[in-house]
Design a binder for this molecule. Structure first.
Ligand code: TXA
Ligand code: MG
Length: 335
């Protein structure tokens, strides 16, 4: 398939492709997505082929203004609109009861749909031109890290989609926070509560500022049965070609010196230990946020250099972006 490479100003052409049932890769503040008309079964089926994605993994539906939510979802759980008010546009996906308008292929047969309004000018302009909600997973081949730069998006999807829209580098670098309303035996109240299915840049503390503990499941209470309902959480994910190993403390890094001596790359926070132990190909960051933003791009560049492995510093704390980073790193390093 011939893939058009579009500038960020060419959102009209991108919108036209969606109207003709085609696929467009587009930027968001989190990662690049691969989009199709969310109302079209035929168009959405093509996404699964382009990505090699398992059919049981549902897609997120993207909208450009709040009112569009009524065209895709219904029966809104408590606090839905407080969450929207606080975090949209932004990296928060809400899993909501779906409307009939959304074909089963989008939601993998579930009766819920993930909805998100991203904070990205090019994305929103493209959605407006398309004039329909856009179903879109991350624009990687299934299992690989999500593209966070235009170059990565081209490497992953050229020849598989109709167009790729340039939006430069993604600001967050990790996929959105996904939350769902659940009613189950673990809830401290009768009604139910929101649960984090995938941590992201909208952090647990951010959510607590709107929901308080009555409406947000604590981590320990997450029902494993519930997580099974979000199939994305059980497929292999975020893995570069190179083997990934993690360390947390300076002592652990010291113990891994052998790897670095034999050509492994290092991704870590700036520290005396990191500077001392690295031989070459080190990527050192001042903050976890910076490391998260660049993580997938680093994976991709280091794969191009054919390094045998990548040693990555993993946060110990579960606050802020660290929770999401830890989640992705554990999957990237899983055997
Ligand atoms: O930041 C993002 O969310 C990016 C950009 C493109 O928006 N998209 C993204 O999509 O990461 P994807 O398909 O790679 O991840 C979607 C996640 C999966 O873990 C999936 O299982 C979950 O959201 N999900 C989607 N719809 C769901 C539903 N109805 N119920 C439970 N989980 C759902
Ligand atoms: Mg993905």
């Amino acid at each position: 398939m011939k893939t058009l490479l579009l500038k960020d100003s060419e959102t009209r052409s991108a919108g036209k492709i969606i109207k003709e049932e085609g696929l467009v890769v587009f930027p968001t503040e989190t990662v690049y997505g691969i989009g199709a008309n969310a109302f079209s079964k035929n168009a959405c089926e093509k996404i699964f082929i382009a990505k090699g994605r398992p059919q049981d993994n549902p897609l997120i539906v993207h909208i450009y203004e709040q009112n569009q939510i009524y065209t895709v979802a219904k029966d809104f759980p408590p606090k839905t609109f407080d969450l929207i008010e606080a975090f949209w546009p932004g990296p928060l996906t809400l899993v909501l009861p779906k409307k009939e308008t959304i074909p089963d292929v989008v939601t993998a047969g579930l009766d819920t749909v993930g909805v998100r309004l991203p904070n990205h000018k090019t994305a929103l302009s493209f959605f407006k031109e398309a004039a329909v909600p856009i179903a879109a997973p991350s624009a990687n081949i299934s299992g690989k890290p999500s593209p966070t730069t235009y170059k990565m998006a081209i490497t992953a999807m050229q020849g598989r989609v109709n167009a790729i829209l340039d939006g430069g580098d993604c600001e967050t670098g990790l996929e959105s926070t996904v939350i769902a309303w659940v009613q189950n035996r673990h809830c401290s109240n009768q009604q139910g509560a929101w649960t984090i299915l995938r941590p992201g840049a909208v952090t647990r503390d951010d959510l607590y500022s709107v929901l308080d503990s009555y409406f947000l499941h604590s981590q320990e209470n997450v029902d494993q049965q519930m997580l099974l309902k979000s199939p994305g959480t059980r497929h292999p994910h975020y893995k570069p070609q190179a083997e990934v190993r993690l360390f947390t403390t300076a002592q652990e890094l010291k113990n891994c010196q052998e790897f670095l001596n034999s050509g492994w790359a290092l991704i870590a926070l700036v520290s005396e230990a990191a500077t001392k132990s690295s031989i070459h190909a080190e990527r050192l960051y001042l903050t976890w946020k910076d490391l998260a933003r660049r993580l997938y791009a680093d994976f991709s560049e280091l794969d191009e250099q054919n390094v045998p492995g990548i040693l990555v510093q993993c946060p110990n704390e579960m606050h802020g972006i660290e929770e999401a980073l830890r989640n992705r790193l554990l999957k990237a390093s899983a055997h």
